[in-house]
Design a protein around this ligand. Structure first.
Ligand SMILES: NC(=O)c1ccc[n+]([C@@H]2O[C@H](COP(=O)([O-])OP(=O)(O)OC[C@H]3O[C@@H](n4cnc5c(N)ncnc54)[C@H](OP(=O)(O)O)[C@@H]3O)[C@@H](O)[C@H]2O)c1
Length: 180
């Protein structure tokens, strides 16, 4: 079965974007070792991406065209959207059914890009198999939460952790069985 892998960066207080949805605190963070934080190794393990419409919109603001044209890309939205290059819009509310069906197909793993609202829907239904989390030593005070501020308890097993010279902490963790 293919895994769903969330690969994402957060502020030290758990936000993926500031209150306006911006990420300069992340993209502008000093990177003296010029590392890609493992992204070049991670990307070829996947052939599919999942993202919420707000993240898709933000990516297009930054990149003009969707940057992973060789992946199969699904953008979740509750609205009708005109067809767009490289992506398929998914309107259904049945996220678990859609993702379980994707996972059962042959292929590489599935990259859950975010953002927080989609992450929360995925986590709520135990659909995230692995998380690669980059914790940036930056506090934002407020912003968009990793899991959209939703309340639920899910546990992960930390598989490995690495600290970069910049102070960024990388933690790779896998989903544990749900506790009742
Ligand atoms: N730090 C990082 O590494 C990182 C990574 C990814 C994203 N981000 C940031 O995260 C921010 C966006 O996160 P966000 O939490 O505000 O939004 P999001 O999860 O990216 O997108 C939310 C939108 O997705 C659609 N959606 C969500 N749940 C759905 C469901 N169950 N069924 C169908 N559609 C659904 C809706 O689109 P419609 O409104 O069209 O209906 C909703 O408004 C952006 O600023 C982005 O830059 C940061």
């Amino acid at each position: 079965m293919r895994k769903v892998k969330l690969y994402i960066a957060i502020s030290l207080d758990g936000y993926i974007a500031d209150n306006n949805g911006q990420i300069e605190w992340l993209t502008g963070f000093p990177n003296p070792e010029k590392t890609d934080y493992g992204f070049a190794d991670f990307l070829p393990t996947t052939d599919t991406t999942l993202l919420g419409y707000k993240t898709y919109e933000h990516i297009l603001q930054l990149a003009e065209t969707y940057p992973h044209p060789d992946h199969t890309n699904y953008v979740f939205t509750r609205s009708e959207r005109p067809a767009a290059p490289h992506v398929t819009f998914v309107h259904g509310e049945d996220i678990p059914g859609f993702v379980q069906q994707l996972k059962s197909q042959p292929g590489k793993d599935i990259w859950l890009i975010g953002g927080g609202e989609l992450n929360a829907a995925m986590l709520e239904h135990d659909l995230i198999d692995e998380i690669t989390l980059h914790i940036m030593p930056v506090a934002l005070g407020k912003g968009r939460s990793l899991f959209s501020g939703k309340a639920f308890e899910k546990r992960f097993k930390v598989e490995r952790t690495k600290v970069y010279a910049s102070g960024v902490i990388e933690s790779v963790m896998s989903m544990m069985a749900t506790f009742s």
